[in-house]
Write a protein of this length. Structure first.
Length: 329
């Protein structure tokens, strides 16, 4: 199908998608200030046999690109004749922000903190509401693909409610070095989907504003594993080379002094209480303050922006479950 021939729809209607085909759609979501429609892209692969609906979303933040490439590659590899059920992907959720090279929505709001939005709300709230109402509600399962933000790097890690047997299994199938237990209830797309009864996980696939081939391959493997687990395809499940570190929680450490920041440990490295984790220097190179780890944990993400104002982030510390041994991954 040529780009100009892709149909425009107001609502994702999976009953109208022909079986045994891969279809492309533009979903007419909202209009801009001169009455031009803003279209959200959708790719749907519907098998010839019945099965669940697996939803994939990417670029909820406009600078998070690895998920877009994962979705594109997935649909090049899917054999629709062998699929049971339906795979629905939204390769770009936040269309206005990817076009403006911005992370947040055009009114400054974080779309992943205001879900499920409001039908009669402001610009970002209406956009979020229609994403849920016109697309997400049709899923049985959701994998939401993200990355770190500007000036930071992330491990390949998973956010999931590990108390739920289904989402726990989905998380483990991603073969990630770190899984962060996170119930949700925080305005995220994953949380809003979970409130609708959709089993959902967030997959953090590396760094912002770039395509990282290794991260993309890891994300693809995780999705194919879930497809196999749900019996939507018959491929064998690829088992991990390492046992994931399961974190019971996490938090960011912040600098209380501004200056030139150097973060010592790398991604996926364990740190122990009292370890040196960062140093802040003045413009002449003199150390101003050394930061120590407040407790044992593992580095999930960290700042790579040397110019760090007071209150800037240092690193994202994952808190390991009691008795779990953490080794450098």
């Amino acid at each position: 199908m040529k780009f100009q021939d892709i149909p425009v729809v107001l609502q994702l209607d999976l009953d109208k998608v022909p079986e045994g085909t891969i279809q492309h759609y533009w979903i007419d979501l909202v209009a801009n200030g001169i009455a031009q429609s803003i279209y959200v892209p959708a790719i749907v692969a519907k098998g010839k046999k019945p099965g669940p609906v697996l939803g994939l979303t990417a670029v909820v933040h406009g600078n998070e690109l690895n998920g877009l490439s994962i979705i594109q590659r997935l649909f090049k590899q899917l054999n629709v004749d062998e699929i049971s059920g339906t795979v629905v992907s939204i390769p770009v959720v936040n269309v206005p922000s990817i076009l403006s090279h911005e992370r947040r929505f055009i009114d400054g709001e974080d779309l992943n903190r205001i879900m499920p939005g409001k039908a009669d709300g402001n610009r970002s709230e209406v956009y979020a509401h229609r994403i849920i109402d016109r697309i997400i509600q049709h899923f049985d399962f959701l994998i939401d693909l993200h990355t770190a933000s500007f000036g930071r790097v992330n491990s390949y890690y998973i956010r999931a409610n590990m108390a739920s047997p289904v989402t726990r299994e989905m998380a483990l199938l991603q073969n990630a070095p770190i899984i962060l237990n996170n119930e949700g209830k925080d305005g995220t797309l994953r949380s809003a989907a979970s409130d609708l009864g959709i089993d959902s996980i967030t997959v953090e696939v590396g760094d912002p504003n770039k395509f990282q081939q290794g991260m993309i391959r890891s994300g693809l493997t995780g999705i194919f594993n879930v497809l196999s687990h749900l019996e939507m395809i018959k491929d064998p499940i690829e088992t991990p080379d390492i046992t994931p570190v399961i974190c019971k929680g996490s938090y960011w450490l912040y600098a209380d002094r501004g200056g030139i920041l150097e973060v010592v440990p790398g991604i996926n490295e364990p740190v122990y209480a009292g370890n040196k984790i960062a140093v802040v220097k003045d413009v002449f190179g003199h150390p101003i303050k050394v930061y120590l780890a407040p407790e044992d944990g593992i580095v999930i993400g960290k700042s790579v922006q040397p110019i760090n104002q007071t209150g800037g982030r240092i690193l994202h510390l994952g808190l390991v479950k009691s008795g779990q041994k953490v080794a450098i991954q």
